[in-house]
Design a protein around this ligand. Structure first.
Ligand SMILES: [Mn+2]
Length: 320
């Protein structure tokens, strides 16, 4: 029988190859100039959002270096990687629909979000260039989620109903990609929920400002909870926010949740930009968000999973 493989689980890198290099050294991976070779019996799991440095936090060359490192590790069998919402957005940004329009409109905001990646691949429009021949096909090949027996990995939200809707399909299949890109389909709703999480709308007239300073009227929620009838928005917002008060949650919003069972194997995800000074501690004994805002001022975190069914705070490793 094969020995249990220890998995080093790493969330949103967003092109910060400097932080990835430091973290991999901390974890005992050997740099080979392009990627990282794990210690014996180890494998890395990347939770998506490899690309797109954050506006105001440029790191020239970092997206390209991160993609090359992760793909090389995946090709050797030293890593697995799931898709993040930024990879999905990039696929849409660089693909035209049947009407000849880009599937992701190229307005100012979408371009700004993707600019760090565009800068690293100046020939991204060239059909024979590296972006379109290597990276777009590779991004499309990434799985939406991983169920590895002892634990689960997804970019934002483990929702069995939505995952079942997407099971067995690949975005490398043009027809499936077109279905997911059409916002009216259940597949589009499913991929949105899995890669961006459950978002709850605030009542009319209520707003808050998210981590980027953008004014919003819906907030990211603790999707693993089973909210009961008297739950209020401040109990559900994730990460916690003092901008959101004790407003009742709309019953229709409560139906979007798929509570994560207390006895289910651990699930790891990223996406949520927990504050940089967040404790290295899971959300619940079997639920952990590993995104501590490495894209901006926070540390890149790894969780080293050694077979445990309950997440152990001692198994967190930090790049700083
Ligand atoms: Mn994300």
């Amino acid at each position: 029988m094969r020995d249990l493989i220890h998995h080093d689980i790493i969330a949103d890198i967003h092109g910060r190859f400097d932080k990835l290099t430091a973290l991999m050294a901390r974890l005992g991976y050997a740099g080979n100039g392009e990627s990282f070779v794990p210690p014996s019996g180890h494998r890395a799991v990347f939770l998506g959002d490899l690309i797109d440095t954050k506006p105001g936090h440029p790191f020239p060359g970092g997206v390209r270096a991160t993609l090359r490192a992760v793909k090389a590790m995946c090709d050797r069998g030293d890593a697995l990687c799931v898709m993040g919402n930024h990879e999905w957005s990039a696929i849409l940004y660089h693909t035209k629909g049947p009407d000849g329009q880009w599937l992701k409109p190229r307005g100012d905001r979408n371009q700004r979000t993707h600019q760090g990646t565009l800068n690293d691949f100046p020939d991204h429009a060239d059909p024979a260039g590296e972006w379109r021949t290597v990276w777009l096909p590779w991004l499309k090949s990434l799985p939406i989620s991983l169920d590895l027996g002892g634990f689960r990995a997804v970019h934002a939200c483990w929702h069995p109903g939505h995952l079942a809707r997407l099971a067995g399909a690949s975005l490398a299949d043009d027809r499936f990609l077109a279905t997911c890109a059409d916002k009216c389909t259940p597949e589009a709703v499913a991929i949105d929920a899995v890669l961006k999480g459950i978002e709850v709308r605030l009542p009319d007239g209520h707003f808050f400002h998210d981590h980027t300073g953008t004014k919003r009227n819906q907030f990211r929620a603790r999707w693993w909870e089973g909210p009961d009838a008297d739950v209020v928005c401040s109990n559900l917002v994730f990460p916690a926010s003092d901008q959101i008060g004790g407003i009742p949650v709309d019953p229709a919003a409560r139906r979007m949740f798929s509570p994560y069972p207390d006895d289910a194997r651990p699930v790891f995800f990223g996406h949520y930009f927990k504050p940089a000074n967040s404790p290295t501690h899971p959300e619940r004994h079997n639920v952990a968000c590993l995104d501590h805002s490495a894209a901006t001022g926070g540390p890149l975190i790894a969780y080293r999973w050694k077979g445990e069914s309950s997440i152990n705070p001692e198994n967190y490793h930090c790049q700083l």
